[in-house]
Design a protein around this ligand. Structure first.
Ligand SMILES: [Zn+2]
Length: 100
């Protein structure tokens, strides 16, 4: 036998539906942010932050330098400044002289 839900039950089900759709919208938003971040990463990976041209990696021993041959900028990854700092005095100058 089918019993028609009461007004209170209808309200309850409607509230549940609203909560479900809100949760679904938040999930979609989170997925969109993730997608945008991936797109930004793909767009900017190995691109010069100053001029936007491609960076090229040049290795000098264990130091890997990202070099822009368009604006002549030089970029170091995390930790590479520490590697250079631990080297003997003058090491930085010798590295930069490679690009003269
Ligand atoms: Zn550049």
């Amino acid at each position: 036998m089918h019993v028609k839900p009461s007004a209170k039950e209808q309200e309850y089900f409607a509230r549940q539906e609203v909560a479900r759709r809100r949760k679904s919208a938040m999930k979609q938003y989170a997925a969109l942010l993730l997608e945008r971040r991936e797109q930004a990463r793909a767009l900017h990976l190995m691109k010069c932050p100053k001029c936007g041209m491609s960076l090229e990696e040049i290795s000098i021993g264990e130091v890997h330098i990202d070099k822009c041959f368009s604006c002549e900028g030089v970029w170091l990854d995390k930790g590479e400044l520490d590697i250079i700092r631990e080297k003997e005095p003058g090491f930085m100058g010798r590295i930069l002289s490679v690009f003269e």
